[in-house]
Design a binder for this molecule. Structure first.
Ligand code: RB5
Length: 149
């Protein structure tokens, strides 16, 4: 397997079953699911799990990251603090497609208290099927990168 085929998955304690369902789903689609946990509902805080997943994406070890917490918001905020991450919270497939096509997102966040499993898997499929369109969107993504300096 190459980094281009690897997806890191992480969550906090609120989203363990949904994260595991997403991991199984992406594996069934031919991706290598790198599920870094947690596996026990120990209350481990979402910033740590968001950071851990983000580091594997920006290091090049994994092509994408999929992260979850109760709302998807806190873990997204943590991941976006890591230079090189572009992560959006999605609760429907349209946004998931657009954050790839327009924003070149490399991470997707979802809320386990917001979306059910069926919708979450549709969101994941939309995210993974879409490609960055480049063109007029490329300089805008470059502007986001420039903000990190
Ligand atoms: C945990 O209760 C909850 O705060 C967390 O999962 C997440 O929703 C935070 O953004």
């Amino acid at each position: 397997m190459t980094a281009g085929n690897r997806i890191v998955l992480s969550s906090d304690h609120t989203a363990i079953p949904l994260r595991q369902a997403v991991a199984a789903h992406v594996a069934s689609r031919g991706w290598e699911a790198v599920d870094i946990g947690p596996t026990a509902p120990d209350g481990a805080p979402y910033p740590q799990h968001g950071e851990a997943a983000a580091r594997l994406v920006v290091s090049g070890d994994c092509r994408f990251g999929i992260i979850l917490c109760g709302t998807g918001q806190g873990i997204m905020m943590a991941a976006n603090k890591i230079k090189g991450v572009r992560c959006g919270v999605c609760s429907e497939p349209y946004s998931a497609r657009m954050i790839r096509q327009h924003n070149d997102a490399n991470m997707l966040s979802m809320g386990a208290r917001v979306v059910g499993e069926g919708l979450a898997l549709d969101i994941v499929d939309a995210f993974l099927a879409a490609e960055f369109e480049g063109g007029r969107h490329a300089p805008r993504v470059e502007m986001i990168r420039a903000l990190e300096a």
